[in-house]
Write a protein that binds this ligand. Structure first.
Ligand SMILES: NC(=O)c1ccc[n+]([C@@H]2O[C@H](COP(=O)([O-])OP(=O)(O)OC[C@H]3O[C@@H](n4cnc5c(N)ncnc54)[C@H](O)[C@@H]3O)[C@@H](O)[C@H]2O)c1
Length: 337
């Protein structure tokens, strides 16, 4: 499969590496409007480069597109790609505005089954194993899901200003995890925190506890923080009547040091998402390629992206009002303007 990459930044570099490493895919074109950005990445893999993103949609040699541009461009690039007959793997979030996401779904229509959302955590080996084993009934129906997700340090202020807030930027991964494990969510309750003085002058939060009630009655608790002294803190537990399945933090080595000053020391957690989820990004690409090759609808879908955004909106509203909020349902296509 001949793949073009749109956006040659941080996540673009990850996808370029996965595309180049897979025997099933070839990186043929990299597009980025910033002078030299596409060229720098493309040259490492022998791909062509352009500063005109339109070249991707016009190129008949491109079968599929990976969109790793800033979030504000995702919707227009999804629509342009499917209209040009290309399959799309697009980074999260689909957009920061639910109305725009709904319009995108309506515009894409049946061709939504050519679009996959980059919720990479679904492809992490440990999380996928818990999902599979819980789905096979090993612990009974999940009653409680606990997700701890803390970043090592907050991003720069300029990034935060355009991020859409903690729930649309960071929690959205965990909101998708909650849907992945529990299905439809009917209520969202947030307890937000502003712990870092840098957030005092913003209307954003730097930590939060979000509880989600699923249609099944199960409850998910998401614990987020923009800082964590110990590093990138990624843990999940699925609890059911017959037991619990749990993944702890990954460290670079499984060797443990017992010494005079400490015991059970393993070294720090893996650095951040690029290290912790490196394999997941590659597995995500493989799942996308397999779905497109087999003519199957890729998962997670564009609708999954929209639903996670609706939960992020609900979490934001709950943080501001203190009330429990139901996520906005998908409007009928005729009601989308
Ligand atoms: N799944 C994940 O774990 C994950 C991790 C990081 C980022 N992301 C998502 O990926 C997207 C990009 O984030 P990033 O951290 O790589 O950002 P980045 O700023 O590092 O890179 C963005 C790149 O896009 C380019 N760009 C700017 N305008 C563009 C346009 N109109 N069309 C194409 N390219 C354009 C920029 O020049 C830059 O090279 C965001 O939507 C973000 O939420 C996802």
């Amino acid at each position: 499969m001949r793949i073009a990459l749109i956006g040659a930044g941080r996540i673009g570099a990850v996808h370029a590496r996965s595309v180049a490493a897979s025997p099933d895919t070839e990186l043929v074109l990299v597009a980025d409007p910033v002078d030299g950005a596409a060229e720098r990445l493309a040259s490492a893999y022998g791909a062509a480069a352009t500063t005109d993103v339109g070249d991707v949609f016009a190129d008949d040699a491109v079968d599929a597109v990976v969109v790793g541009s800033p979030t504000a461009y995702h919707v227009e690039q999804i629509v342009a790609a499917v209209e040009a007959g290309k399959a799309v793997l697009v980074e999260k979030p689909v957009d920061l505005d639910l109305g725009r996401a709904d319009r995108c779904l309506a515009q894409v229509g049946d061709r939504a089954d050519r679009v996959m959302l980059g919720f990479n955590r679904r492809f992490d080996a440990a999380l996928a194993e818990i999902h599979r084993r819980a789905g096979a009934g090993e612990i009974g129906d999940i009653e409680q899901l606990t997700i701890i997700s803390r970043d090592p340090a907050p991003p720069p202020v300029e990034y935060l200003a355009a991020s859409g807030g903690i729930f649309r930027d960071m929690t959205i991964h965990d909101l998708d995890m909650a849907r992945f494990f529990l299905g439809d969510i009917v209520a969202v309750q947030t307890v937000p925190q502003r712990l870092d003085p840098a957030f005092a002058k913003t209307d954003d939060f730097d930590a939060a506890v979000v509880t989600l009630t699923a249609a099944s009655g199960a409850v998910a608790t998401i614990i987020n923080s923009r800082h964590c002294a110990a590093g990138y803190d990624q843990r999940l537990e699925a609890f059911g009547p017959r037991g619990a399945l749990r993944v702890e933090n990954h460290t670079a080595t499984s060797v443990v040091l017992d010494a005079a000053g400490s015991s059970g020391a393993r070294g720090p957690y893996l650095d951040f998402f690029l290290a912790r989820y490196a394999d997941a990004y590659a597995s995500e690409l493989a799942a996308f390629v397999a779905a497109v090759r087999d003519g199957a609808a890729p998962s997670p879908s564009l609708l999954d992206g929209r639903q996670a955004l609706a939960l992020a909106d609900a979490a934001t509203e709950s943080a501001r009002t203190g009330r429990s909020v139901a996520p906005a349902p998908v409007p009928a296509p005729s009601a989308v303007v």
